[in-house]
Design a protein. Structure first.
Length: 85
C-alpha cells in the first residue's frame, strides 16, 4: 500500500473537521465556547439566559454531530487535538 503524503492527510483531516463543524448550530457553538473556557452548565446557562438542562441538550447534540463519545473528546476536538474514531 503506498504511503500517503502527510500534507494530503492533513488536508483531509481539516476538511473532515470543517464538514463536522458546519453541522453544529450557532447556539451549540456558543455553549462549546463557554465549556472550553471552563464554565459549568449553570454558569453557561446564566450567561446565555437558558436553563442548565438546555445547555446539556445543546452539548449532547454537538457531541453527536462532532462524533465525540464524551466531554473529554469534545474538549480535545475543540482544542484541535485528533480524536480517535
Amino acid at each position: 500500500m503506498p504511503q500517503q503524503n502527510p500534507s494530503i492527510a492533513s488536508t483531509i483531516d481539516f476538511n473532515d473537521r470543517l464538514r463536522l463543524e458546519n453541522r453544529i448550530t450557532h447556539r451549540e457553538k456558543q455553549v462549546l465556547h463557554f465549556l472550553y473556557a471552563g464554565h459549568t452548565n449553570k454558569q453557561i446557562g446564566k450567561r446565555l439566559g437558558i436553563s442548565d438542562r438546555t445547555i446539556e441538550v445543546h452539548r449532547g447534540n454537538a457531541m453527536l454531530k462532532l462524533q465525540c463519545k464524551n466531554v473529554v473528546e469534545l474538549v480535545r476536538w475543540m482544542a484541535g487535538d485528533p480524536v480517535d474514531p
